[in-house]
Design a protein around this ligand. Structure first.
Ligand code: GDP
Ligand code: ZN
Length: 398
């Protein structure tokens, strides 16, 4: 889960000072400054807020966070952009956009980030101290994929502001999550129809991950050259009913490649899927030597501490980026509380409210509307089995 960087900003009234753009007004805010080098506390509101609001950024921007005493050392006043009603909230102090360049973080390497500016050049940037201080529970202030404003000094730059994120891919152990990639638009779930055999429950698992990160999923049924496509039409239909785009592809004979290329164009996409399903082959079919570039990145990242899963955005000729994140590939991301699983199956929603028990887990309970819907084939039995599988693997802390 993502908690915006401005989560600890405390508004003290604050009259509008001046307009800084079409949607923003400035206000003075008091900012609690963290003691440098102090360990962030294990904050119960991480999980509590997630349960209440999921990934709803707006809902988690309140400053009702629980803090341990002595946690905050001093306060200071900074100018912060104040969104108009309905606008998104800015993260951190406002900046003079005339003096700053905007760009996308391609990767984060220790204290520095490689940023592609809107001018097309790549800059190496550090992070302004104030921004670091504003960071709360996230390990890094800046994540791959972030849209940032930075000030140039010589050939390097200093990140002054991080724009609010959407579509985050996180990795977490209970109650604490780390943003792997921010501002991802979609995830392409690559599965193979044969060699290795199709595993529909694995697709459902990936779909749940996408749902959790509010990412648009696209299911890519690869190696279509190896089977009679007629056989998979029912499955494609089932995904269509869930509102998920599913397409047949073959990296060998080019089926679906043009469509996949257009799906990736101009967007930020995470490619996921087990080893051997054809991710690299598909990337190469879309743009020659793309897989090579992606692979060299992930090999680089895997050197040293294996827990480090830094992602890197790779630019597409058609515009947009792809990222092949090791953590996502291995499904390491799935660490959810049992109570969360139901919410990741959108087709259950209409029935959940009809269950006799408000805390129905749709397993052993009587008068369960979800189970009745399955008996009447209104919900697919395959999806229900996937639900049970995820529930089984989910944490008991609901
Ligand atoms: P990755 O591990 O997901 O990146 O998979 P690779 O791209 O390395 O592919 C694994 C194996 O599957 C290789 O031997 C590829 O030649 C083969 N392969 C990939 N895509 C296809 C396809 O569409 N059809 C067939 N028949 N083989 C494929
Ligand atoms: Zn139920």
């Amino acid at each position: 889960m993502f908690v915006p960087l401005h989560g600890i900003l405390r508004s003290k009234g604050g009259a509008t000072a001046r307009e800084s753009g079409p949607h923003m007004a400035k206000k003075k805010v008091r900012v609690d400054m963290r003691k440098n080098r102090s360990q962030p506390p294990r904050d119960r509101s991480w999980t509590a807020e997630f349960k209440d609001h999921g990934f709803d950024e707006k809902a988690t921007t309140h400053d009702e966070r629980v803090r341990t005493k002595g946690d905050l050392s001093r306060r200071r006043t900074v100018m912060q952009d104040e969104p108009e009603a309905g606008g998104s909230t800015a993260a951190g102090p406002s900046i003079d956009t005339d003096q700053c360049l905007r760009g996308r973080v391609l990767k984060v390497q220790g204290l520095h980030s490689m940023i592609e500016g809107d001018d097309g050049n790549v800059y190496r940037c550090g992070v302004r101290r104030l921004l670091k201080t504003l960071a709360t529970d996230e390990r890094h202030v800046v994540a791959t994929g972030d849209v940032v404003w930075f000030r140039l000094s010589g050939t390097d730059g200093l990140i002054e502001r991080v724009e609010p994120r959407h579509g985050v891919l996180t990795r977490g152990s209970r109650g604490r999550e780390h943003v792997l990639v921010a501002n991802v638009d979609q995830v392409v779930i690559v599965v193979s129809l044969m060699q290795p055999d199709l595993k529909p429950h694995l697709i459902d698992r990936y779909l749940a991950i996408a749902q959790r990160g509010k990412l648009k999923p696209i299911v890519c049924l690869n190696k279509a050259d190896l089977i009679d496509p007629v056989l998979v039409q029912p499955l494609i239909g089932a995904y269509c009913q869930l509102g998920v785009t599913a397409l047949l592809t073959s990296a060998i004979d080019g089926i679906g490649i043009e469509r996949l290329r257009s799906i990736l164009a101009g967007r930020a996409t995470v490619i996921s899927g087990q080893s051997g399903v054809g991710k690299s082959s598909l990337l190469n079919a879309i743009q020659s030597d793309l897989a090579l570039r992606v692979r060299s990145v992930s090999e680089n990242n895997n050197k040293g501490r294996h827990t480090t899963t830094t992602a890197e955005l790779i630019k597409l000729d058609t515009g947009g980026w792809v990222v092949d994140t090791p953590g996502v590939r291995q499904l390491e991301l799935f660490d959810v509380a049992a109570g969360e699983v139901e919410g990741l199956f959108p087709e259950f929603h209409p029935y959940v409210a009809l269950c006799a028990f408000p805390d129905c887990t749709h397993t052993h309970e009587e008068k369960c509307a979800v189970k009745r819907a399955i008996a009447r084939r209104l919900i697919s039995a395959r999806r229900y089995t996937s639900y049970l599988g995820l529930l089984d693997g989910a944490g008991s802390s609901s």
